[in-house]
Design a protein around this ligand. Structure first.
Ligand SMILES: Cc1cc2nc3c(=O)[nH]c(=O)nc-3n(C[C@H](O)[C@H](O)[C@H](O)COP(=O)(O)O)c2cc1C
Length: 176
């Protein structure tokens, strides 16, 4: 699959086959996050892989707690993305913006693309109980938790053309 195809193929999957993802594949996905660029190369993200039966049950509950993410019961692997303690605590002066959320977004997209590249499906999630997820992975300050990536095998047939779900080029770009 070339990169243009990959961009079109990655989508938020909310319909999974109940099938485990191998640890090798999870490592490839985390590696895509690890290799991602970050402001000043500060590499603020840490990755917590949830694959064990008990923890998977717990994270499914936490992800659905606010009434969102009802699709997670068939997902067997999750990757929690959190800021490391040092970056979370760093106080930036007036000139230096906090880019950690941007860094996280870049990393999670790379991870989702890599998952797609190796035949897996993903859904990036930001709507869940942050305290519950922090407790689950042993993070004291839930403010560090950023996103959760669901990873699994899609149970969808044909997926909608992504261009139909995006603004038209003319709406988002100006040329000077
Ligand atoms: C930062 C972020 C947070 C998101 N949070 C959720 C979420 O909590 N639950 C969910 O089902 N989808 C979530 N999504 C998925 C978006 O709804 C999805 O990316 C968007 O509708 C575009 O669809 P696509 O990913 O299929 O291209 C999130 C996406 C991003 C980038």
């Amino acid at each position: 699959m070339n990169f243009d195809e990959l961009l079109l193929k990655r989508y938020s999957c909310r319909n999974y086959i109940d099938k485990e993802v191998s640890l090798d594949d999870i490592i490839k996905i985390v590696n895509a996050g690890r290799l991602s660029p970050s402001a000043r190369n500060c590499q603020p993200c840490e990755y917590y892989v949830i694959r064990g039966k008990e923890k998977v049950e717990q994270i499914r509950t936490e992800l659905q707690r606010p009434g969102f993410n009802k699709f997670v019961p068939n997902v067997s692997s999750f990757i929690v993305i959190a800021l490391n303690e040092a970056m979370y605590k760093t106080k930036l002066d007036g000139l230096m913006r906090d880019f950690t959320d941007i860094d996280t977004g870049i990393a999670v997209h790379a991870m989702a693309l890599e998952a797609t590249n190796i035949g897996l499906a993903t859904c990036i999630m930001g709507g869940f109980d942050y305290d519950g997820i922090a407790r689950l992975v042993g993070i004291k300050d839930s403010g560090r938790v950023r996103l959760v990536l669901a990873v699994g095998y899609s149970n969808d047939g044909k997926i909608q053309d992504k261009n139909e779900r995006r603004k038209r080029m003319e709406e988002v770009v100006k040329y000077y």
